[in-house]
Write a protein that binds this ligand. Structure first.
Ligand SMILES: [Zn+2]
Length: 290
């Protein structure tokens, strides 16, 4: 375990609660029609995260796919019971840029309502499937504000397609929309040579060695919160692997067995809190400074 560093910046452990086959744009991704027939693995993986988080006294933000919440409402209730936040990852893991404004609003609002009905509490956060907004969706942030979301966490500060966002930063920032203010909680990036790399989730978390990830997490935490993004499948070694080209296969499954130790290392570094709690305290501090 690392963790000698003294930091005040919190961590956010964000889980995109979806099944092992919810991988975008690969050959083996099953069509929506067949989802109900596929044996699910999501409970096994999500409980592994819950138990890991409990052992580290950490709280997470769970971005539930509406489809998963409807099929497994007990998972939503269990997340809340363990003190985690419930947020939305959309109904069916749709690519935002292909949806268009009307369908996007329908997706964002119906998934929010479903999660609120199941959980009995307000849903404030949104994460787009595959972080998939771009310049073809200038309505993205205003639509989220229109649907009464308080924050988005879908921005990769190193992704060229995301450079359109006004006021873009590596840390939390506010976006003004015609429907009011929205907070952006970006995916954490670390500097490596002249690049910014999102190494606290996805393929880079699997790929890079634990020692490097640990050093880079310390660097991030000196100035801003650290956001981990992870999926149930990443703590479920035996989940079926779906068909994809060799590059995507490498990116999706390389060093899968290394993930738990890396997560434990990251969890040892600071206090992990729900994103909604952080926003609440951020607003209080900023109001008192005005
Ligand atoms: Zn996803």
């Amino acid at each position: 375990m690392g963790g000698s560093l003294q930091v005040n910046q919190p961590g956010f452990y964000s889980i995109d609660v979806e099944d092992y086959y919810h991988i975008l744009d690969v050959k083996g991704t099953p069509s929506l029609k067949s989802w109900d027939l596929i044996p699910s693995r999501v409970e096994k993986g999500l409980y592994a995260h819950f138990d890991l988080l409990d052992s580290c006294q950490a709280k997470a933000t769970c971005f539930f796919l509406g489809y998963i919440a409807r099929r497994f409402p007990a998972l939503v209730k269990e997340a809340l019971k363990r003190g985690h936040e419930v947020a939305s990852h959309g109904m069916y893991h749709s690519v935002v840029a292909r949806q268009g404004k009307e369908r996007f609003i329908q997706d964002a609002s119906s998934s929010k309502k479903l999660l609120e009905d199941i959980s009995g509490s307000e849903v404030l956060g949104w994460r787009a499937a595959g972080f998939s907004f771009d310049k073809s969706c200038p309505w993205y942030f205003e639509s989220l504000a229109q649907c009464d979301y308080k924050y988005d966490s879908s921005l990769l500060p190193n992704r060229r397609k995301h450079q359109i966002v006004p006021g873009i930063r590596d840390a939390i920032f506010e976006i003004d929309t015609t429907h009011g203010k929205l907070f952006e909680i970006p995916i954490s990036v670390a500097r490596l040579a002249c690049l910014k790399i999102s190494m606290f989730g996805g393929c880079y978390l699997r790929f890079f060695p634990r020692s490097l990830i640990s050093v880079k997490a310390d660097e991030v935490l000196r100035t801003r919160p650290l956001l981990i993004y992870i999926h149930p499948r990443e703590l479920d070694m035996e989940h079926p692997k779906i068909e994809m080209n060799p590059l995507r296969r490498f990116k999706s499954y390389v060093n899968l067995e290394s993930v738990e130790a890396k997560l434990r290392e990251l969890l040892s570094k600071t206090k992990y809190i729900r994103i909604s709690d952080y926003i609440q305290s951020y607003e209080m501090v900023h109001k008192s400074q005005q």
